[in-house]
Each structure stands twice: as structure tokens, then as C-alpha cells.
Design a binder for this molecule. Sequence first.
Ligand SMILES: [Zn+2]
Length: 375
Amino acid sequence: MRSKVSSSSPSQQQLSLVSPPVFAGVCRCFVGVSRCRSDPRGPQWTGYAAVMSSLLLLLLPLFILTPTTALEFRYHRNGEIEKYLRDISTSNPDIAHVYSIGRSVRGQQLWVLVLSLSPRHHSIGIPEFKYVANMHGNEVLGRVLLLQLIDDLVRGHRNKEAWSVQLLNSTRIHILPTMNPDGFDDAGTHCQFSQGRFNHNGVDLNRNFPDAFAGKRQQGQFVEETQEAEVRAVIGWLRSETFVLSANLHGGALVASYPYDNSNGGSEQVGGASVTPDNDVFVHLAKVYSYNHGSMHRGDSCKDGLSFNDGITNGYQWYALKGGMQDYNYVWAQCLEVTLEVSCCKFPPKDQLPALWTENREALLAFIRGQRSCV
Ligand SMILES: [Zn+2]
């Protein structure tokens, strides 16, 4: 969530280890059959083994390229996420590529996975899109949703399902599951407490970007080296790719919030909102998410009592903040970014994750298709 709450929380629950690779059984079976070629049970058995061996050789690429089991619903640790992204990239080099945009304060890599027919390079006419999660280390559902999205897109593409093939044909999708891995390591599992929200230096990353409304004098004093490492990494990322559309996933509310988050009281202020020249596009994009979400569009309030018409809001109208990432994307990188608050609870219990994925899945896919509104 964008709001700032200072409190402590219970210690983080122990997280379980990754399941064994799903291909292990297949490989063991293949090796076992091969050994049977000299089996004393006779030539009939050997012939059978040879046929089975050939069949498995033919089928092996399918097992390697297609995730056969859906990704487990749980909170993967930072190292597990890196391994997962690398495995996806290695197994699917034609559509996936992993790279780092920099390091956190503690030196953890900020890994991004690209999914596209041209995963390593920009293609003329193919828009660049990004999803960013876990900017606030204790708002963790976004990590889970983006990993599930990767799993879903890759499996869909391997199965030649039209919805996935069309998305990867028409968009280059960059996914950063965690922008604040240090904060996640320190996060408490409470629904509202903010332990782990900040980076390792105790800085709120969504207040640390250069602010468009800070005034010329203050902007002139902006020195990039003084920004936090995670923020510098994102600024460099925005300079290296020409993103047209983006969403930044948070938790602690259920609403799609769009720029501006700040104002200097000029002509951008309209009826209590701070609106951009592209306000109609932003409202449309926010509704694309809220109306494809299982419940966001109903505007139901979380326990704080706030409710939102259509499940959307102008950021400034909700409350003003300076140094936010979505304003920076819009003003400095010409990228339309929306802030998605995807769960009332910042750290939902593990058994709620499948239902929360179901609520968000279509909205995440529809929002990527929303890049058609931007080019
Ligand atoms: Zn947040």
C-alpha cells in the first residue's frame, strides 16, 4: 500500500523449501530403461526396452520445454525466485530471457524475466511492457502473482494456446518479481504492520524518485548518486528500454491508482484530483484492471472503510505523495504506469493464494493487452 504505517510485527514464518524438479522421475525412468538393454531377461525384453527408449527420446523435448506441473502456491524466497527465473530462461530460450537491472543495498540482484518472441532484443513495432512487484518488502502477493503469471504464459505458449501466443507475439513483457528483496527478507507476516516495507537503509522506495513537482530549484539539485540503489536501478532500466505501459503491484488496499500522485497546485488540479494530459487513457487502463478483477470493480472497502468508485482512484485524490515511481515513469520516461493495490492483507495466508491468483489472473492478462491503448 502507498500509506506509511510504523509498527512492529511477529517474526516471519519459516518458509518451506522448493519441491524436487518435476522432471526427475522421467529422467530416472529413461536411464533405467537404457540399462535394461543388457538385461538377462532375454531379447524380447531388450526389444521392448529399445522401443520404449525410442519413444521416450521422442517425447523428451516435451518434458523439457513444457512445465508439466503448475508452480506451487507459496512465498518463494529470493534465491528460489532467481533459480526459477533462470530455469525458465534456460528451458525456453526462444521466448524467455533473464537479466538483472542492478543490486539492492545488501547486494541482491534485481532479476527481470522477459517473455517475448524476441526476448533478448527490442523489435520494431513491438511495445515494451513491465510489471514490478514487492517494492514495499512486506507487500508480497505481487511476487506470487507475477511468478504464477510467468508459469501460466510459458505453459500456455508451449501448448500453443491462442491467448498466450497472441500476447507474446504482440508484446515484450518484462517482469520484476521483487524490487525490494532486502525488505522481503525482513518482512513480518502481519496483514497491516509495516515491518519490511522499507529497503535496508530504512527508505521508502516509493518516496525516493525525483519528483516532477519539486520545483526547478530542487530538481536542479537532484543528484542520482544520492538515490537508493533500488531506485537507481529502476531509473537506469527506464533509460535502457522504451516502456510504454507498466504496473506496480502493492498490497494493503484493493484499488487501481493512476497518476499524478503529487501536485504543485497548478492547472493539473481538477476537482481534488491531479490529472495528467492522458487522464482518459489512465482511467481506461485502471478500469481494465478493476473490471477484469474478481471483485476490485465493486469498490468494496478494506477494513479502513475507504471505498472507490469502479475500484479506481487518482493517486493524489486518495492522498498526495512525492517521489513516487508512477509519476516518475510518466514524466521522465513517457511510460504510463498504474499502481495496483491487489489485496487488503499485505501478507495473505498461504492457503488464500490460489483464490487470490484466480481473482487477479484475467486482470493481469487484460492489462498487458491494454498496451494497445498506448501506442
Ligand atoms: Zn505499497
